[in-house]
Ligand binder design. Sequence first.
Ligand SMILES: [Zn+2]
Length: 152
Amino acid sequence: MLAHVLGYFMAPLDVFSTAGKHGDKCRVVGCGKKLSSAHRKKYGCICRSCAYTRYSLKHPHAYTLNKLRNNAKRRGIECTLTLEQWIDFCNATGYIDARGRESESLTVDRKKSSLGYTADNIRVLTLGDNIRASNRERMERRRNMTLKIYGT
Ligand SMILES: [Zn+2]
């Protein structure tokens, strides 16, 4: 029991041997989501969302790079970063531990927004600074557009 409690704090979302007890439910402590037998045959006794979270904790670099690539693709921005380059960047900036949604959290910014996510065009900015910078850029574009329309 004590091992369970200690393990819980030391390794969040780890799978504990609860053989015979979890039945058709997800084995991750605190989840217990019911799984179909087809799912269990294919993925084992862990639900999709716990598997995803566990992956993100086990492989934070691959997980965050994948997220960055998908975001870039959706926005039509080139991303040529390799995993090695990304790991170097994260180690140099502390991005993995400082990313998040607060104003002081770190985000990945492109130095030149006309270029993509490449090893020499990325830097970290706090979320607050990143939002301020993109607001400024948007206002600038709007002002240029308005000037063009009115021809002044
Ligand atoms: Zn689960």
